[in-house]
Structures are given as structure tokens and as C-alpha cells.
Design a protein around this ligand. Structure first.
Ligand SMILES: [Cu+2]
Length: 457
């Protein structure tokens, strides 16, 4: 009796000094530290932050219209949340601290429970201190399947990321709040990974048809993607099918958070290697190798069939009002002043507080929404990029259509790349009630001023 009582007290005392750790079960998404071989073989493993012990977190795959339930269990030393990027989601499940939920503290948990209305390629990632947490590896793919799978030999998800690693130790360089990065193009890595590995390769046969689901999980890097030994089409952007698939030309951009679904045919012959590459000013680099062995016995398919459309709202723009959002600040266009809360501060004062950017004169998420929309109403938003850098503007809870230069409606997206000096218009049907974030997905820019929101009631 006294022995077991003493043991109990001892373990209770021991628990009090151990860090609080929650226990996990099958439906759990456990945010935890892990070791992973990110750098090439021969380099040490990298300590990462992960969902479930690996980067990317395991692929969540479910049928269109299904319900997704995951209990986030936070075993990290920092508070976190999960954002389900591109899902037209119930607002309470959107994962934005201070707007849709409280942060999940170390040792705590939060259950996400929602329906996925659209088929396509989506992803989940941390949305608290994203500039650090996504860079440390807190992301994974979320694939919503069409009722009829596309006619392909392989369906491959490829998550692109770049890491800033110490070349000696392969540890992540932890200068996440580096003011130079934040005031310029953002945090770039020195090593690019696909699915958490450097230079991975996948076996294919000549004349195979592949569906490639490309997801850019990088903090700031815009890839300029090209195919070598493969030909094909872009069939969906940011999850949403294109009415008419676009042949992949020389190359196409993939900004942070954006996705592109490709259907490609392997043209390279047996014994050769086909590649997905990113072009850069000075040559570029390979991302993925497809090692070709043999030739498929199946008859080769000709042409391409569009993916079935998702249940997106009707877009009637007639007299939809136009809202302008001006992107301001950053290196070479330094802010003269901007608002922090109700206070107008000089650019110098803001820089001292780590704020380099503003959206319509606000260097943080303002108290009032940028747009207060009646549910079901249509709007035009014009992003005017007065800065010297590109920005990837992301709306939560909705997809929007690009308005092309001739005034016609372009593809549906959830993240639009606005190049330096460029003005881009989008068309939005505000049909999902709630408070929704609108921000730059260069995560260092979001952390240093480029945050806004809109309300739908
Ligand atoms: Cu930006």
C-alpha cells in the first residue's frame, strides 16, 4: 500500500516536471519534432517539425463531398494551428489564430471537422508563425478525389520546398525573422526538396501517362517549371479544373501555395531519364527524375479530357463593385508611413518593429475588414503592386477568377501571383460566411505586414 502510494506520488511528481505531451490515436495529426534526411546522402539528418514524424505529413486522400476529421495534437514547443489551404471550408475550421480559432498551445489539441466540397489538389500547413513553422516542415498534401479517377498509369503528388540548411550540420538556419529576407523577396533556401527528399526519382515506362500534382510549399520561391522528356497539359490550377486544358509550353510559374495538376505522357525512351525542372536565370535545376525502363504495352492515349467541374458559384459580374488593394513597401520602395492598430508610424519606426510592408496603408491585419460583403454578392478586387517584388495573394475560404487583360474571366484560383509593378484584377463571389484572411503567401511578407481580411455575412 505504502509502496504503491509512494510510486504514485513519485510519478505524479515526475509528470509535473516533464513537458506536457498529449497521446495520439489513429485520426490524429500529431505536430512533433523528427529527424529526416533532407540533404543528399552523406550529409547529416535534419531536425524538422512534422505532422506525424515525416515531411511532408502523410497524404490525406478522400472522396469529394466526404467529411474530414483530424485531431491536431501539438507536441511541439510552440503554439500552432492547421490551415486547410484551398478548401472552401466552414469558417470555424480555417485555422487562423485570432480570427477563426485560438492557438493550440504545446500539449493541447484541437479537432478539425469539415466537409470537402471540391475535388482537386490541396494542402494543409501550420498557420501560426508560418514563416518559421512551414519552413521547419509543417505541411502535407490533401487530395480530394473525383468520383471517376483520371485515366493515368501513375498519380503522383510532388510537394516542392526549399530549405535553408547549414552546409556543415544540415540543421535549419533559424533566422526566420531576418529583416533582410523579409524586406526583400522573402526567405529562400539553399536546397530544394520534393516530397521531403533531395533529387528524388520515380520509375516509369516509356509512353506512360502520369498525373502530377504539384504543390509549392516554399516560403517564398517562385518556380518556373518545365518538362524534359515529358509532354502534357495543365488540367487544374489551385485544385480547380480548367475548362480547357492548357498545353505545357516552355515553362510556367508556380508561386508559393499554388498548385498545378498536370497530365503528362512520358516521351523519353527506355534507359533515358525524364525530368521536371525549374528554370532560373542561370540555367536552373532538376526537381524530380523519372527513370524510364521498358515501354508500356497499353495503347497510347491521344488528346486530353478536362477534369469534371467542381460546384463553384455562378459568376455574374455586371455591376460588381471594384475594391482596390495597394501593395506597398519593401526594399527600394520603403514605406513612408503606415498604420499599426490605430497609430500611424513612420517607415523607420515600422522597420524597427519588423514591419516592412503594408496593404492599403495597414502594416498588420486591421481591425476593420478590407471588404464587408453580403453573402452571395459579387466583387472585383484589384491588386496594385507598387512594390519592387512579386507577391502571391491568397484568399481564404473562397476561390476567385482572374480577370484577364481583355476583361474576360480566366481560371479559378485561390492564390494569384502579382508581379512587381503589376495590377491584377480578380472576381469574387463572396458565398462562404465568416471572417476570412487575405494575405501574401510569401510567409516573411505576411509576418512583416501583408495581412488583411474580409467578412462575409
Ligand atoms: Cu509578398
Amino acid at each position: 500500500m505504502s509502496f504503491s502510494r509512494r510510486l504514485f506520488l513519485q510519478s505524479a511528481a515526475a509528470l509535473a516536471v516533464l513537458p506536457k505531451v498529449a497521446w495520439a490515436s489513429g485520426r490524429d495529426l500529431v505536430a512533433q519534432t523528427a529527424m529526416q534526411q533532407i540533404a543528399p546522402d552523406g550529409y547529416p539528418e535534419t531536425p524538422v517539425w512534422s505532422y506525424g514524424g515525416a515531411v511532408p505529413g502523410s497524404e490525406i486522400r478522400l472522396p469529394q463531398g466526404a467529411r474530414l476529421q483530424r485531431r491536431l495534437v501539438n507536441n511541439l514547443p510552440q503554439s500552432t494551428t492547421v490551415h486547410w489551404h484551398g478548401i472552401r471550408i466552414d469558417n470555424a475550421m480555417d485555422g487562423v489564430p485570432g480570427l477563426t480559432q485560438d492557438v493550440v498551445a504545446p500539449g493541447e489539441d484541437f479537432t478539425y471537422d469539415f466537409v470537402v466540397p471540391d475535388a482537386g489538389t490541396y494542402w494543409y500547413h501550420a498557420h501560426n508563425r508560418s514563416v518559421e513553422q512551414v519552413a521547419r516542415g509543417l505541411y502535407g498534401p490533401l487530395i480530394v478525389e473525383e468520383a471517376d479517377a483520371s485515366d493515368v498509369d501513375h498519380d503522383l503528388t510532388l510537394m516542392l520546398d526549399d530549405w535553408r540548411l547549414d552546409p556543415e550540420t544540415a540543421h535549419i538556419v533559424d533566422d526566420f525573422d531576418n529583416g533582410h529576407d523579409q524586406s526583400h523577396a522573402g526567405r529562400f533556401g539553399n536546397l530544394v526538396s520534393v516530397n521531403g527528399r533531395f533529387d528524388p526519382s520515380y520509375p516509369v515506362q516509356s509512353r506512360d501517362r502520369l498525373r502530377l500534382r504539384l504543390i509549392n510549399a516554399s516560403n517564398a520561391r517562385i518556380y518556373d517549371l518545365a518538362l524534359d522528356g515529358l509532354t502534357g497539359w495543365i488540367v487544374a490550377l489551385d485544385g480547380m479544373p480548367l475548362d480547357t486544358p492548357m498545353a505545357v509550353g516552355e515553362s510556367f510559374p508556380l508561386a508559393p501555395a499554388q498548385r498545378a495538376d498536370l497530365i503528362v505522357d512520358v516521351q523519353a525512351e527506355s534507359g533515358a531519364i525524364a525530368n521536371l525542372v525549374s528554370r532560373e536565370r542561370e540555367g536552373g535545376f532538376g526537381l524530380v527524375r523519372f527513370t524510364v525502363s521498358g515501354r508500356t504495352a497499353k495503347a497510347s492515349r491521344s488528346g486530353i479530357i478536362p477534369l469534371p467541374p467542381n460546384p463553384l458559384p455562378q459568376m455574374v459580374l455586371d455591376d460588381a463593385p471594384l475594391y482596390r488593394m495597394t501593395l506597398q513597401g519593401g526594399a527600394m520602395r520603403w514605406l513612408e508611413s503606415a498604420q499599426l492598430g490605430k497609430t500611424e508610424l513612420s517607415g523607420r519606426e515600422l522597420a524597427q518593429l519588423g514591419r516592412f510592408w503594408a496593404l492599403n496603408g495597414h502594416a498588420e491585419r486591421p481591425s476593420e475588414p478590407f471588404l464587408d460583403a453580403q453573402q452571395g454578392s459579387a466583387h472585383r478586387i484589384e491588386f496594385v503592386n507598387e512594390t519592387a517584388f512579386p507577391h502571391a495573394m491568397h484568399l481564404h475560404g473562397h476561390h476567385f477568377r482572374l480577370i484577364l487583360s481583355d476583361g474576360s474571366l480566366g481560371p479559378w484560383r485561390d492564390t494569384v501571383l502579382v508581379e512587381r509593378g503589376q495590377t491584377r484584377q480578380i472576381a469574387l463571389v463572396a458565398d462562404n460566411p465568416g471572417d476570412w484572411l487575405l494575405h501574401c503567401h510569401m510567409l516573411g511578407h505576411a509576418a512583416s505586414g501583408m495581412m488583411s481580411w474580409f467578412r462575409v455575412t
